[in-house]
Design a binder for this molecule. Structure first.
Ligand code: DC
Length: 206
């Protein structure tokens, strides 16, 4: 493949479905750039928790905001999900994501609306899911591993609240694109899930 041709892999799905791990693995395998778009919304959520207006935070987001603090907490995730329901927040983050997606040499973006809104023309689209219980178990293990004090029930409730908010919002709701390949990772180990995703992408390479 020509190193200048755009080739976008869109990976969408709910929290803790495995899309981030799959996105990184796809990027590494094919030498594509990778953008975890959830991080943009988390950076906005982080600024909101500090008292900033969400729209202003999104419109003035800078690269250093992505490293401003711990963006991986449950509190930041909920603030991100709330800010992400505001149309002006999404609009402010659109151009950056689109430019990243069409950069020369290929790009992988993971998020909620990549295949539906950000890059509907993406060459490969995956929608990665897993049951809420499996996702909550994964996220619980991850949070406890980082030293956060929480319970499985709290994490499950957080996952369900975020799923509902992200899927039911009016603007760019989380949903599979019509032409996305569905990958349910509930009963798959990560190596198998990654192998399936790599097959999907490989089949679409020029
Ligand atoms: O992928 P994540 O859990 O880091 O995302 C955090 C929140 O950001 C998620 O609950 C909804 C929002 N988000 C979004 O609305 N659109 C995206 N493309 C990515 C994330």
């Amino acid at each position: 493949m020509s190193s200048t041709a755009p080739f976008t892999v869109a990976i969408d799905g709910p929290a803790a479905s495995g899309k981030g791990t799959i996105g990184r693995a796809v990027a590494e395998e094919f030498g594509f750039a990778h953008l975890d778009t959830g991080l943009l919304y988390r950076a906005v959520g982080f600024q909101v928790l500090r008292g900033q207006d969400p729209i202003q935070a999104a419109q003035t987001l800078k690269a250093e905001d992505l490293e401003a603090g711990d963006l991986r907490t449950a509190e930041v995730a909920q603030a991100a999900s709330k800010a992400a329901a505001i149309p002006e927040v999404r609009t402010a983050l659109l151009d950056f994501q689109r430019a990243f997606a069409r950069r020369a040499g290929g790009a992988v973006l993971d998020g909620r609306d990549i295949g539906t809104v950000i890059v509907p023309q993406a060459e490969a689209k995956l929608y990665v899911t897993a049951s809420a219980e499996v996702r909550a178990r994964r996220r619980y293990t991850e949070l406890v591993g980082r030293g956060d004090e929480t319970t499985y029930d709290t994490v499950l409730a957080d996952v369900l609240t975020r799923d509902a908010r992200d899927a039911e919002r009016a603007t760019a709701p989380m949903k599979p694109a019509d032409d996305a390949v569905l990958l349910d990772t509930s009963d798959l180990d990560i190596d198998t899930a990654v192998a399936r995703a790599l097959d999907v992408v490989r089949a679409r390479l020029p």
